[in-house]
Design a binder for this molecule. Structure first.
Ligand SMILES: Nc1nc2c(ncn2[C@@H]2O[C@H](COP(=O)(O)OP(=O)(O)OP(=O)(O)O)[C@@H](O)[C@H]2O)c(=O)[nH]1
Ligand SMILES: [Mg+2]
Ligand SMILES: [Zn+2]
Length: 362
C-alpha cells in the first residue's frame, strides 16, 4: 500500500492537502503509507488510510526513540509500514503538527497530555444552565490560542434559559473570540456554527462533561455517532459519557473530533495564550509603577486603578493572576525536555545493559 501524490482522494476526505504532501516528502521512505489517526485506545491507534481504516501499533524503532510528546494523538498524520511478520500496520513517524492542543496531565506528575493534534478550530462548549463559568472559559481559550487553533465558544442548552444571547456580547468582548449560543435540542443557533464547516477543516469539541458535545455532534451528523446519556443536572459533574476521542466526517466535508469531558484542566506552556486572552490587562501591566507589581496593593498599579474606576472586572484580574502563577510554577520547557531526554537515555541504557547481560549468560 504505497501512496503516491496522484491517488489521495480518500485521504483528502480526512483533511489531506498539498502542504501535508510536502511534509510527507520530507520524511518519506519507499514502503511507507500515510494515514490519519482517527481514534486511540491505549496502545492501539485507529488510522484512516487511502485504502480504508485499520488499527495500528508502533514500530519498535519508533517506540524506542519517541519521547512522550512525539507519540501519535488523534488528529495526527502518520507514516506507517506494513509489518513483514503479520502485515499489520505499524506507525513509524508522526508528521510535524500544525497545531497541538495540550493540557497538563491530571495528577501530581509534571507532564503534558495531548488532547488533539492538527485542529483548525476549537469549539469550547459550556452549557448556559449552570456550567457557564467565565474563569473556566478563559482557561480553555488561552490553551486553544496557544495550540495554534482558532477558539470559538459555544454556549449550549439555549432552550433551558430565558435569554440565551445575554452573555454573548460580554464574553465576545472579554475573550475576543466568536461566541455562539445554541440548542441541540431545538436546533436554535445551530446553523450559526455552519460557517466553520469547510471541507477538510478539523474542528474539535472540548469542555466539561455533560455540556452536550456529543449531542451536538450527533445533531450535525444526523445520526448517533456517539452515545449520549441523560444526566440529572445536580449530578452533572461526575459523569463521563464519552470515554475516548474520535474524529468523524460530517456531510459538509468538515471533520469533527469529539472528546471526553475534562474534569481537571491544567495549563501547559501557555504564556502567549494567556497574554492574548487577557490583552487588556497585559496592556495595563506595562503601565504599573513597579516592574514586579503583583497588582494587589502596590501604589501606582494601573490594573487596580482600572478596577477601581470600573473599567476592568476584578474577577478577570484574579483569574489572570492565578493562571500566570500556575505557569510560573512549572519548570521551563527547555528544562523539562532535557530531563525527559536524560530519563529516556537512562532507560535505554538500562535495557541495553540487561540485554548484554542476558546474551553474556546465554
Ligand atoms: N435541554 C437540552 N439538553 C441537552 C442539549 N444538548 C445536550 N443535552 C443533554 O445533555 C446531556 C449530556 O449530553 P452529552 O452530549 O452526552 O454531553 P457531553 O458533553 O458529550 O458529555 P461527556 O461525553 O461526558 O463529555 C444529555 O442528556 C443531553 O440530552 C440541549 O441543547 N438542550
Ligand atoms: Mg460526549
Ligand atoms: Zn500593577
Amino acid at each position: 500500500m504505497i501512496v503516491t501524490n496522484g491517488s489521495v482522494g480518500a485521504l483528502q476526505a480526512w483533511g489531506w492537502d498539498s502542504a501535508w504532501a510536502t511534509a510527507l516528502a520530507g520524511i518519506s521512505a519507499e514502503d511507507r503509507f500515510v494515514a490519519r489517526v482517527i481514534a486511540q485506545h491505549r496502545g492501539l491507534w485507529l488510522v484512516a488510510a487511502e485504502s480504508g481504516e485499520t488499527s495500528a501499533t508502533l514500530t519498535g524503532r519508533f517506540r524506542h526513540e519517541a519521547l512522550d510528546g512525539d507519540l501519535p494523538a488523534v488528529g495526527d498524520w502518520v507514516a506507517c509500514v506494513n509489518s513483514p511478520h503479520d502485515g499489520a500496520a505499524r506507525i513509524d513517524a508522526v508528521l510535524p503538527r500544525r497545531s497541538v492542543f495540550r493540557r497538563r496531565a491530571a495528577g501530581p506528575r509534571v507532564a503534558a497530555q495531548i488532547v488533539a493534534a492538527n485542529v483548525d478550530t476549537l469549539f469550547v462548549a459550556t452549557s448556559l444552565n449552570g456550567d457557564l463559568n467565565p474563569r473556566r472559559l478563559e482557561r480553555y481559550v488561552a490553551m486553544g490560542r496557544e495550540s495554534g487553533a482558532e477558539p470559538v465558544v459555544l454556549l449550549t442548552k439555549a432552550d433551558l434559559v430565558d435569554d440565551p444571547d445575554a452573555p454573548v456580547e460580554r464574553l465576545e468582548s472579554e475573550l475576543r473570540v466568536p461566541v455562539v449560543a445554541l440548542s441541540s435540542r431545538t436546533g436554535a443557533g445551530v446553523e450559526a456554527v455552519a460557517r466553520w464547516f469547510e471541507p477538510g477543516r478539523t474542528i474539535a469539541l472540548v469542555g466539561s462533561s455533560g455540556v452536550g458535545k456529543s449531542t451536538l455532534l450527533n445533531r450535525l451528523a444526523g445520526e448517533e455517532l456517539m452515545v449520549t446519556r441523560e444526566i440529572r443536572e445536580d449530578d452533572a459533574r461526575g459523569r463521563h459519557t464519552t470515554t475516548h476521542r474520535e474524529l468523524f466526517r460530517l456531510a459538509s466535508g468538515a471533520l469533527m473530533l469529539d472528546t471526553p469531558g475534562m474534569r481537571e484542566f491544567g495549563l501547559w506552556d501557555a504564556n502567549e495564550g494567556v497574554d492574548e486572552t487577557f490583552a487588556e490587562i497585559v496592556e495595563l501591566v506595562s503601565r504599573c509603577r513597579f516592574a514586579d507589581c503583583s497588582h494587589r496593593l502596590e501604589p501606582g498599579c494601573a490594573v487596580q486603578a482600572a478596577v477601581t474606576a470600573g473599567r476592568l472586572d476584578a474577577g478577570r484580574v484574579k483569574s489572570y493572576r492565578r493562571l500566570a502563577h500556575e505557569l510560573a510554577e512549572q519548570p521551563s520547557p527547555a528544562d523539562r525536555r532535557e530531563k525527559e531526554r536524560r530519563f529516556h537515555k537512562a532507560v535505554r541504557n538500562a535495557s541495553a545493559d540487561s540485554m548484554a547481560r542476558k546474551s553474556y549468560r546465554g
